[in-house]
Design a protein around this ligand. Sequence first.
Ligand code: SAH
Length: 519
Amino acid sequence: MRLTIMNTSVVPRNHHTPPGTVYLIGAGPGDPGLITVRGRALIETADVIVYDQLGAPVFLTLARPDAELIDVGKRAGRHTVPQPEINRLLVEHAQRGRQVVRLKGGDPMVFGRGGEELDALVDAGIPFEVVPGVSSAIAGPSYAGIPLTHRDCTTALAIATAHEADLKEESTIPWSSLSGINSTVFLMGVAQLANIVDHLLRQGRNTTTPIAIIENATTPRQRTVTGTLADIVNRAHEAAVKPPALIVVGEVVRFHDRFNWFEKRPLFGRSIAVTRASAQAATMADRLQALGAEVVLSPAITIHPIDPNPLFESFLHEINSYRDVVFTSVNGVEVFFNQLRQRGKDARLLAGHSIICIGPATGDACRQHGIIPDFIPETFVAESLLPWFQNRPPARTALLRAESARDLLPDGLRRHGCQVNVIPLYRTDFVPQAGADLLTRLRDNTIDAVTFTSSSTVDAFCRWLAATDLDRRTIPAVAIGPVTADTCRERGLQPIAEASVHTIPGLIDLLLQRFGRTS
Ligand code: SAH
């Protein structure tokens, strides 16, 4: 993926290439789940993506690896690329025959300057499509539990800009018309709040009229401040409200207390770091997000099948000399079946063997491949496998697992007289750098929990810490079970909590108990 900060080069036009299409796509208000299916599909296939909104980076990860990504937005120390320059970029890239996605926050046609871009495209004869988005003006109030219209009190709704330029001496906003409309949403208005209130009062709106400010709507940082035209300026000042924010004026604001679903979710306002390998992080992140948490993804390990793998080859060769095959992780199951597939084999290879899967998730992974496990012990301690072995005559057992896993389990089983052969299937490599802004956030004390789902994630995390001055004892480590918690302690972390059910759902339950709001 190529990242171009701002491409000002003049691209020579090739007269023989038919122009590509420009897609004006609404990225939605911030919650990544609020983009349209069509918008997403076009991002995945675009040659060029011109973007400018803060919520966009998450969608950029969907782009083709060779797509050109052009940032025309405000970033530290730089100003927005001027609109004529953006128009020119769209036209020129399309003229080179490229499919161009122009990604804009909310809906491209709601105070998004979409019309100006279409003007430029029409002038240049470039084909285009508009993919509407969920506007923050609509989504923000919904996420704040404010129904923009309500049968009891609304017959008309207005969406207005309150940009500084529109509020100068001769305001271009039709204040007298707005005064007769039940619900009004102002965009770009935080800095102008006092001015807006002043205009509304001068038009005869009552001082008791309810008003809400919704900051960072639809994101884990959403905050709603409510009041009346009489006190909202003070309240906003006390709360230090910052853009981006929406202002909603009207009786409908009264419903906020009753319908405020989003900010009341159990983990809302909590920031949870997830260190497990990115391939597996998604399901855990999805569940945490659904509970309202902000998820800070920072995969600490990557999984690589061992290849070539002589021990696995001899295992396949002698598989009939084994009675039991033990899988210790979902990764082990996935790598195993992939390796079989690559050799033109399938689950029938396991016919006649007893399959033991440690933990319910490993069991589920096996079922996905058509194998119903014979026994699913809950934990990694040897004792949890003994009920299986104690009722059967001794036989060879293959333990399929990670290369660097600890020997506690096989050693424990051997002590009980089991014949265990360890077959390493995959390596876990440490990710050299912490993801996103995890370390900065830890330093700022804005992470409530760093979750560890295996000892290797702890080891990798501690390597990141070694390069910083962060005190290990201050890290809010949360471990999936006793083995991972022990590794934490050995590395100088002091786990603040340890799940009693050693699964992802068990870990999430623990986070709910520890951090969940009750009201
Ligand atoms: N086309 C966009 C609006 C662009 S104007 C849309 O349809 O949403 C930019 C203004 O939108 C901001 O100043 C702010 O008032 C509002 N806005 C955009 N995203 C927001 C968010 N997540 N929370 C609150 N306000 C938001």
